[in-house]
Design a protein around this ligand. Structure first.
Ligand code: TMP
Length: 210
């Protein structure tokens, strides 16, 4: 199957990953590259509803239920949006994907990685990003950047966010070719240049004109 390219953005709260995903999306669109941007969880009707439950600070959710809700939203996103876009040879930019589940549910909540991996594969039909940009930042700095009232996950204590950050960095060490770690302390324009430095060669290699 002749597929498009999947680029995911990852990072803890306030890392700036969404800004970077949006900057890349607009840049590629301006250059005439066929590109779509989705957020996980979300970007489908059912996914957005599941997202609202997951982020509601008034709702208590146990770790396994949380895992299944994230994966239910992802399953819908993969089948109804990501795979069709890849089949159309689009560049698919994802604001979070599987690595979030390993960082937040496996490392953060302590769920067993192997089981998470098995269920995640079912939810994603085993598709994986070609490239992942991890915007790394110290949790206290990241959380300080958030101006809205904290959602259910943002409201977790610093120790939780620290575990998530360490989880991400461990994932990056295990998958050096796929996951590129950027310093979220840098100005967004500088980070955008670094993102393009990783994305452009990949797209050229896949036959996109830039
Ligand atoms: P965001 O759109 O601000 O990144 O919000 C999504 C939240 O959900 C964020 O706190 C990270 C969390 N999350 C998980 O815990 N597991 C997952 O698999 C995903 C995709 C997100």
């Amino acid at each position: 199957m002749n597929l498009g390219v999947l680029v995911s953005f990852e990072g803890i709260e306030g890392s700036g990953k969404t800004t970077q995903a949006e900057l890349l999306y607009h840049d590629l669109k301006t250059k005439g590259v066929p590109v779509v941007l989705f957020r996980d969880p979300g970007s489908t009707e059912v996914g957005e509803r599941i997202r609202a439950i997951l982020l509601d600070p008034k709702v208590k959710i146990s770790p396994w239920c949380e895992l299944f809700l994230y994966l239910a939203a992802r399953s819908e996103l993969v089948r109804s949006a990501i795979i069709p876009s890849l089949k159309e040879k689009k560049v698919v930019i994802l604001d979070r994907f599987c690595d979030s589940t390993f960082a937040y549910q496996a490392f953060g909540r302590g769920l067993p990685s192997r089981r998470v991996s098995v269920i995640n594969k079912i939810a994603t039909r085993a598709i994986k990003p070609n490239l992942t940009i991890l915007v790394d930042i110290e949790p206290t700095k990241g959380l300080k950047r958030i101006t809205h009232p904290h959602d259910r996950i943002e409201a977790e204590d610093r120790a939780y966010h620290q575990k998530v950050r360490e989880g991400y960095l461990r994932l990056a060490r295990r998958a050096r070719k796929r996951i590129k770690v950027l310093d979220g302390d840098k100005p967004k324009e500088e980070l955008h240049l670094e993102v393009k430095g990783f994305v452009y060669p990949l797209l050229r290699e896949k036959g996109y004109r830039l």
